[in-house]
Design a protein around this ligand. Structure first.
Ligand SMILES: [Zn+2]
Length: 392
């Protein structure tokens, strides 16, 4: 199932992946190959069974079947989206059509020795329920809530996940499931899902491909899509906005600095402030309760949410001045606790950025909602099997 493609073949396969079911004409436009070169390459990929032709979009319209899509030779892939308290797992084909999805409660702070067996067991169950063997799976794509050394496939100084540092996900999946895995941080994975959704729906949207995806969750992170690809920076740390200072007189953070964004706008910080404002006992409220109090019109809680949104907007305004994206997508389980949060983020970004950098800017919720990460994890797995041969 794993194969070493030439760079021309990779170029075509990636375009096919991103477009869903492009015509040969579209592929010629995008790859800028000559018609004869493209036809020769596509014919070869069809003959080898990596591509299939026709019958997807216009099967009944009588139109000549000229589209191509990734074939079943890529096998099924597994997407795993690990959050602090829950893991979502999906079985999908290479064209991001989900076959089955499952979720399990986990606590990442309990360490990999507790969490990883839950993930592998769920994957085994999914395969069994769908009568698939491990040999029919191309690869696993995994998003984790912490900093990842993308090349090495390990986590680096994960504040929430101290016990995970140095764990080789590749070794774990090789020995427990005989599968190859590709790992990235959760927000990069979300951004990949959003990029896929954006491209495959490009007929309804103009093709702006500089955007920022923000995950508001137990932690706060951002991913940068620059010119249609994830920008990771030198060490994979790009987009780590949680510990940017928003209040020089603020409290000391676990990272050692003071007034970090996460200290004002992370889920724990919001819950802590609301607990105090509402006179509740520690651990009595969770982030959903805070959202409910806000919707009930509690003034103090709305002020806390407004402050959090303004702090997030302050960091995003700097991001906008620096990167000039056309879209900012806000996701994660804190994003929708109250419409006031998005409104406060917008207000803060527009008032603090330069007019030219916000001329085309739109700030919205992620299009795929809670499923961005799952789509992204599957996309990561498929792209990885096109780009790099398996090492398991
Ligand atoms: Zn910090």
């Amino acid at each position: 199932m794993s194969h070493h493609f030439t760079s021309d073949e990779r170029n075509i396969l990636e375009h096919v992946f991103w477009e869903g079911t492009p015509s040969r004409h579209t592929l010629i436009e995008q790859t800028r190959f000559s018609k004869s070169k493209l036809n020769a390459l596509v014919s070869n990929l069809l003959a080898e069974g990596w591509l299939e032709e026709g019958e997807t979009r216009h099967a009944n319209s009588g139109r000549p079947a000229s589209e191509v899509h990734l074939s079943t030779r890529f096998g099924h892939v597994i997407g795993v989206d690990l959050w602090a308290n829950i893991v979502h797992i999906t079985l999908s084909d290479a064209n991001l059509r989900f076959v089955a999805t499952t979720s399990e409660d986990v606590d990442v702070r309990s360490g990999p020795q507790t969490v990883m067996p839950i993930i592998t067991k769920s994957i085994k169950n999914l395969l069994q329920q769908n009568k698939l063997e491990v040999s029919q799976i191309g690869r696993v794509g995994l998003g984790v809530p912490g900093p990842v050394d993308f090349e090495g496939g390990t986590m680096v100084h994960p504040i929430l996940m101290a016990g995970w540092e140095g764990l080789s996900f590749q070794e774990y999946f090789s020995s427990s499931l005989a599968l190859s895995v590709v790992v990235d941080n959760d927000v990069n994975v979300m951004a990949l899902g959003e990029l896929w959704h954006h491209r495959t729906n490009a007929s309804t949207l103009s093709r702006h491909e500089n955007f920022v995806v923000v995950k508001l969750s137990a932690g706060i992170g951002a991913a940068i899509i620059a010119q249609g690809d994830i920008y990771r920076g030198t060490d994979g740390a790009a987009g780590d906005i949680a510990h940017i200072c928003v209040d020089p007189n603020g409290q000391r953070c676990v990272c050692g600095n003071v007034g970090c964004l996460e200290m004002l706008a992370g889920a724990q910080a919001i819950v802590r402030a609301a607990t105090e404002a509402l006179g509740k006992l520690p651990n009595e409220l969770d982030i959903q309760d805070v959202g409910a109090a806000a919707l009930d019109g509690d003034i103090a809680v709305n002020e806390i949410i407004h402050r959090a949104g303004s702090a997030i907007g302050q960091v995003l305004a700097a991001t906008v001045n620096l990167l000039n994206p056309s879209r900012i997508f806000i996701g994660g389980e804190v994003a929708k606790i109250s419409p006031l949060l998005l409104a406060s983020i917008r207000q803060s970004v527009y008032s603090k950025s330069l007019p030219l950098s916000t001329r085309q800017l739109r700030i919205d919720y992620t299009r795929l909602g809670e499923r961005s990460g799952l789509y992204g994890a599957v996309a990561l797995a498929v792209l990885s099997s096109i780009r790099t041969p398996s090492s398991s």
